[in-house]
Ligand binder design. Structure first.
Ligand code: ADP
Ligand code: MG
Length: 381
């Protein structure tokens, strides 16, 4: 397996179908030693049944076998799963099957008697294809998510604009009404309450605008560690949550809007604190990384600052994970102190407007890690 592959052999289920006992034993031993999770079957029919039951990652099969030959088995597997990875072992006497084998879409051939290094290389190649498809799927999902959030952002921005205008009119009339009312009257008191709510509504309008456009970003080369530490301390002071940071002093500065980025730090710190109601430790680290042409972050290739916010809190249920960046998605009860499901949506928007990315990984009961990527601009060098 290449160094870039993340799959471990132990994570790969390999179905091996071979009728000849001595070959089966010898090859099985090697595959088990290599670390594969191995399932063996002795003919096409039992191989097909095993495929249905276990959905292996790779199928390795002989061609000539009793009951159902390897090609028929692969044809039926392909009908179920067109993406199945199949390696076929063929003796020279079976080359008349080759055209048919290509027809059913066998990915690779290994001649018999089996050269083990050739067999292992063929299987490694299948793994690389599986890995590439997996990454492509993640990239696709990330791009979809960003498109969806941008569309929601545009809608929110339009609404926020109209919302602010309407608020302005309402406030104007409320102020006029207050001027007309006796200052000591119940009416004046009620109008005062309405004015206070106006402030909250204006804050909401501002948040929606940040979500839509990232506000009017003022980008400046900024040394991040002090900004991060100050942001975290402000949110954790007087709480039972502590913080451990690993922020190397020699990290290059990045071009950001410090005020907006401070919001991201606040939201992530508050979320971590709320995820650890009994107290706990928030770990924050930063390092440099290079992203390749195709990357799971759906970012342009290049050098990035990679910041991780990791807590040991309640974690996020797998069914919620794809939704946490959606505006108004929250699992917390609505209230004055609790947020309203905008923290991560705004953070995502801010990062996108910095040509960066924010992603989450989480295990329920174990904790959550947020990964932030900020591009290092050419002018940093
Ligand atoms: P809010 O905090 O107002 O609910 P956010 O946008 O900040 O809104 O977060 C959305 C949801 O994502 C939260 O309600 C919570 O379910 C989940 N979440 C965010 N951060 C964490 C975290 N560190 N640990 C567990 N869940 C989290
Ligand atoms: Mg929040």
């Amino acid at each position: 397996m290449s160094d870039t592959s993340n799959l471990r052999y132990a994570d790969v289920t390999l179905l091996y179908v071979e009728d000849e006992a001595s070959t089966r034993e010898q090859v099985s031993r090697i595959l088990t030693l290599r670390g594969y999770r191995l399932i063996t079957r002795v003919n096409g029919q039992s191989g097909l049944d095993a495929y249905r039951e276990h959905r292996p990652d790779i199928v390795l099969t002989d061609i000539m076998m009793p009951q159902m030959n390897g090609l028929e088995m692969v044809r039926r597997i392909r009908a179920m799963d067109p993406e199945a990875q199949v390696v076929c072992m063929t003796a020279f006497s079976e080359t008349n099957y080759l055209i048919e084998a290509i027809d059913v879409g066998i990915n690779q051939f290994v001649p018999k008697p089996v050269d083990l290094s050739r067999l292992l290389a063929a299987l490694d190649h299948c793994l690389e294809i599986i890995e590439l498809k997996k990454r492509h799927g993640m990239l696709e999902a990330e791009t979809q998510k960003t498109r969806k959030l941008e569309a929601i952002g545009i809608l929110a921005g339009g609404m926020a604009h109209d919302f602010n205008n309407l608020l302005q009119v309402i406030l104007g009339y409320v102020s006029l009404a207050r001027m007309c009312a006796d200052p000591d009257s119940k009416t004046a008191e009620l109008l005062g309450i309405a004015e206070k709510s106006f402030d909250n509504a204006r804050q909401l309008g501002k948040r929606l605008l940040t979500l839509a456009k990232g506000g009017d970003a003022i980008l400046e080369l900024t040394h991040l560690p002090p900004l991060i530490i100050a942001g975290i301390e402000a949110e954790l002071r007087g709480t039972s949550t502590s913080c451990v940071t690993d922020l190397p002093a020699d990290l290059p500065p990045v071009r950001i809007d410090a005020a907006q980025f401070r919001h991201v730090i606040s939201h992530l710190t508050i979320n971590a604190r709320e995820a650890m109601p009994q107290g706990g430790t928030l770990q924050v680290s930063a390092s440099l990384c290079s992203l390749a042409a195709i990357n799971e972050q759906a970012l342009d290739p290049g050098d990035y600052l990679h910041i991780i916010f990791k807590d040991s809190g309640v974690g996020i249920a797998p069914e919620n994970l794809p939704r946490i960046f959606d505006p108004y998605f929250t699992t917390k009860e609505m209230g004055s102190q609790k947020g309203m499901g905008l923290g991560l949506a705004i953070s995502h928007s801010v990062l996108r407007h910095h040509r960066g990315q924010i992603q989450a990984e989480s295990k329920p009961g174990e904790g959550t890690a947020f990964h932030i990527y900020l591009p290092l601009s050419q002018t940093n060098n």
